[in-house]
Design a protein around this ligand. Sequence first.
Ligand SMILES: Nc1nc2c(c(=O)[nH]1)N[C@H]1C(S)=C(S)[C@@H](COP(=O)(O)OP(=O)(O)OC[C@H]3O[C@@H](n4cnc5c(=O)[nH]c(N)nc54)[C@H](O)[C@@H]3O)O[C@H]1N2
Ligand SMILES: Nc1nc2c(c(=O)[nH]1)N[C@H]1C(S)=C(S)[C@@H](COP(=O)(O)OP(=O)(O)OC[C@H]3O[C@@H](n4cnc5c(=O)[nH]c(N)nc54)[C@H](O)[C@@H]3O)O[C@H]1N2
Ligand SMILES: [Mo]
Length: 828
Amino acid sequence: MDASVDRIADPWGGRVPHGRHEPWPTRVDTYLADGIEPHMVQKWVQSASILHSDGDAMDIAVIDGRMVGVRGRAVDRVNRGRLGPKDLFGWQANASPDRLTRPLVREGGKLVETDWDAAMERIVSRSRELLDARGPASLGFYTSGQLFLEEYYTLAVLARAGIGTNHLDGNTRLCTATAAEALKESFGCDGQPGSYDDIDDADVVALFGHNIAETQPVQWMRILDRLEGTDPPRLLCVDPRPTPVARKATLHLAPRLGTNLALLNALLHEIIRTGRIDEEYIRAHTVGFDELAAHLQDQTPKWAADICGIPATRIEQAAELLGGAERLLSTVLQGIYQSHQATAAAVQVNNLHLLRGMLGRPGAGVLQMNGQPTAQNTRECGANGDLPGFRNWQNQAHVADLAEVWNVEPSTIPHHAPPTHAMQMFRYAEQGSIGMLWISGTNPAVSLPELARIRSILAQERLFVVVQDLYMTETAQLADVVLPAATWGEKTGTFTNADRTVHLSEKAVEPPGGAKPDLEIFLDYARRMDFRDKDDGPLITWDDPESAFEAWKRCSAGRPCDYTGLTYRLLRGGSGIQWPVDESAPGGTERLYTDGISWASADLCEEYGKDLVTGGADGEAEYRSFNPDGKGMLKAAAYLPPHEMPDEAYPFQLSTGRTIYHFHTRTKTGRVPQLNAAAPDVWVEISAADATRLDLGEGDLVDVSTRRGAIRGRLRITGLRPGVLFVPFHYGYWDTPAGSGPGDTAPGRAANETTITDWDPVSKQPLFKTAAAALTLVEHGEGTPSPAPTTGAAAPADGKARTTTLGGPAAHVTQAPHTAWTPTGGDQ
Ligand SMILES: Nc1nc2c(c(=O)[nH]1)N[C@H]1C(S)=C(S)[C@@H](COP(=O)(O)OP(=O)(O)OC[C@H]3O[C@@H](n4cnc5c(=O)[nH]c(N)nc54)[C@H](O)[C@@H]3O)O[C@H]1N2
Ligand SMILES: Nc1nc2c(c(=O)[nH]1)N[C@H]1C(S)=C(S)[C@@H](COP(=O)(O)OP(=O)(O)OC[C@H]3O[C@@H](n4cnc5c(=O)[nH]c(N)nc54)[C@H](O)[C@@H]3O)O[C@H]1N2
Ligand SMILES: [Mo]
């Protein structure tokens, strides 16, 4: 019998005990709109989720050209039918009545509706003016981790070879720049070593700054299922918040914010000291061991204990857990990536796996996670600060090879300097050297640090801003041209999740009004700009998703992310497939580095490496001398304290992040009744000890301020580390009453009013997780509940919130009983 479960109240649904070394059984989750029965559905259209980096495969239910629900795909390797709350309910945002349906242009200070021709011509004429007067470096493109592969590749070609600008980056800079950089530093190249299947075989799973329960809920279901099966794994959780992961952990370390590197150094010190390393693996597959060991000599647990605020014995216990694992799976995410020594710390997790030979075997792997659903493609296609196909901008042969694929002169592709990172692009826009900024699929007026500054940059008269989005976002409101985009379910394309699984997502319904797929918009621009190759043929030779995919395959050939063996046909019907997929691996590749490190030789690698403390770049000669045989690289880094430490005026450490119910700036989830009701407004988390000390209670209205700005919200008292405050970053201003936005006098509600313009020197990823902050009481709650959910990391410390997060009948989801999972290739 199918079960019916309120998946707002119980986000992870029922358990299916899952024994070690066994395939994870299926459980098919289906949600259909009120009144719709399965037999009424006219067609099911294949897709996967774009509300996190898991790649949960699903079919979209369609009746009379309208989406009416979704169902998990049982055949898929990633989720085996399961869906998370955002997957289940999120599709409803597509049909929101306030979707953008016509282009807008600014006239006399106001945005007014126009047609596509007029809007595109305005962009083209501004592009030409700037190119003529100031050259390609006056144009910048800031894109997303949420479009499709075909769209990024087209954008990368038109920006890098058509315009010839180096200013192209994604919001992946805020998200997974550190994942990519850490992989380059250790393995020479981007490319996720591990696989989600490692969860089935690991005996220890270590999660570093990763609240997987709320941010990749389906893989958390897999871990929960293993915890109930035979031979369950032990979990290590490193996180200052009492996340669901922390609650299930064998060992939970809650470090002081921004001290990850000290903790990791001490863990590695202990592991080396106690001889829990694989000397043969180290000899065969790595360089740098002696330097690393020497550097770690005095980084004892006792030394780290004071810095991290964790007893030395707990650090020793953690080292024992990691050092004793037979098959260790580690995951790393924003608790590590969004801090001042992000890459340095992420690399120490790679070091842990290299030192212990924990790579390339079932259960032994590292997942330097992605966050956004298609961030992997932004990186592969070179729509971030890299060249397409993980090519090395400093390697002339790589640039020449790319020039050949595009049939342009190598000099056409800017490679005199590293591709410009997003924070630098906004700096150039601030200084005036960038005169046009084309923003697609991202909402920087809520998601970038120090919002007062970002708003003033985007509002400048001299900066021409194009925004391509689904809704009138906080960023679109500051644009000169707004282009209405079609999205997931309204367009076809592919994307790749955090474990290299490529999915096809097919068009299920028509976009609203005149909204167009991002691919069509980019192709239209390229046509109007008449970009040419070196033989005067069109630079861009494709005209739809599938031909764009075929073009990308040629660009990926022979590179680590080789797609040459994939086709739309292969991706239809069955499971997603993990790259590389080529002649030698036609069914895809489950794990990288099964036989040593394969992409780290100087001729192949994506980058020659950087100093982990300063970010200073190495050249080819330095790389060759450090790593002559292309092995895994063990790199050491000295701990430095966070740039902004608490003081008398700002005594707290402030962190920001996510809840399970919302996606980023809520443009989608804020328009979904079940999700929005579960977490309707911003809140502030504080530890029970601090609340008692300051005589504060649940629901009290407080201001959280930093040297940049302030926000106002209601308190939730949790088991958070004392001295820390936490604020979700989801809440901007589009759905607040007019006039209640942020100003110099009234506090706002977007967490980034408070964050700092500062980044990791190596990956250039901004710091969202450590700021010095002050807390002041505005008024006591007098019984008003906090809007914080009671399910996840925000659950009340004493278990007694004044409300409980429930979804009610509107959130009931069908869960089909589990069956054994039978893998299928495509072509079914
Ligand atoms: N529900 C939901 N899921 C999402 C998203 C979403 O918006 N909503 N977004 C997707 C995207 S793009 C991303 S990038 C991922 C992010 O996924 P996560 O990284 O899991 O999410 P965050 O909440 O940003 O941060 C994770 C944890 O880092 C901890 N942390 C903060 N400071 C430190 C520190 O100094 N050290 C350590 N060790 N931990 C620290 C926080 O307490 C928090 O629990 O989620 C993806 N999935
Ligand atoms: N304080 C703080 N700030 C953070 C973070 C944090 O943890 N704390 N996390 C950072 C991270 S990891 C991330 S990933 C960023 C996310 O930051 P953003 O990318 O700015 O957040 P989103 O709300 O996902 O914005 C995506 C925009 O694209 C639009 N969109 C969706 N689908 C499509 C499409 O198909 N086509 C087009 N053209 N548009 C589309 C949406 O409507 C939305 O406006 O935020 C970062 N900022
Ligand atoms: Mo992200």
